[in-house]
Design a protein around this ligand. Sequence first.
Ligand code: NI
Length: 403
Amino acid sequence: MSTDLLLAELRDAARAELGDAVALRRRLHENPELGLVLPETQRAVLDWLADVDCEVATGGQTSAVVATLRGGRPGPTLLLRADMDALPLREETDLPFASRHEGRMHACGHDAHVAMLAGAARVLARRRAELPGTVKLVFQPGEEGFGGARVLIDEGLLDAEPRVDAAFAIHVDSSLPLGRVALRPGPILASGDLLSIDLQGRGGHASMPHLAADPIPVACEIVMALQSFVTRRVDAFDPVVVSVTRIQAGTTANVIPPTAHLLGTIRSVSERAREAARDGVRRVAEGIAAAHGVDAKVHLVPGYPVTVNDAGFAEFARGVAAELVGEEAVVDMRAPIMGAEDFSYILQRVPGAIVFLGARPPGEAGEPLHSSRMRIDEDAMATGIALHAAVALRWLHGAAKPA
Ligand code: NI
């Protein structure tokens, strides 16, 4: 079959799934769940897959669902991934299907990711006999800081037979115009490490600071010095962001407190810069504290690694997207985004790519992801379903070419 015909068929098939996919997305949107254990979300996915011709497995420690579509012919295995979890914030949209749970919201579009992958499962299952290889559709909990992908990998996600050869994911973007697909080869999202500094000084009377060891000016100096460190010691073309986002110290006006605590985040888009930033932050904080007779304990908690799109896979995915949505709707991202994503763990192990799908409602400015007013145009989901299916079919056929 010509690729034009295939893509036209997939576009129609995806469009036909849109109504059900929107209903599923709204069901999830009303009932957002947090973390690694998402029983309602898992139930919704299992309900959907009950009618789909595939093998279904569920996670061990998590509510993950893996649907395996074995093709009629042998070939490689592609993993398609949708994250499932919501965020701990109060929804402030007036949508009729707004969150029914105070303090929880699908503000990162993972509800749409689940529904798009569910739609793609149906589209691909109908073509199962013609698939030269296997598609594993992975519904993954705990993306928002819980490292769900890491847990699934530890449980054998990539090693279970048939072993995964490549991986693909889509993330909706509520501020990118509807229907656009944005991506880049190489780093596309940052690493995100947690920074915490405990300063131990000596408390005393605010009128006699020379008898104390005041941690507050030390904390302030560290914050400023970290910014100087970033601009003076980090290559401008291999960027690092250090943000101190919380400072805690003291109780009242006339007491010098004995301790101060700083909390923040370190972002980078290469493992080399990440290492250099972690070393530098430690050196700067400890050195400044020591200069003032205060003790600094620097804790660096490793978060998600840099998300790196494989150059070859990204080029392939770009080509499929261009055929599907038109060359003019493909956005070649100039730079990575400093957010972090646990799909990075999967891309450390197998080649693949994550792309952004524009879902900004036409005529609106577009609230960013993680905003309490974030909304998407659900029409984008038809493109997402078709893109998942097209990438899977084209990749299996391409990768399965006889030598
Ligand atoms: Ni997200």
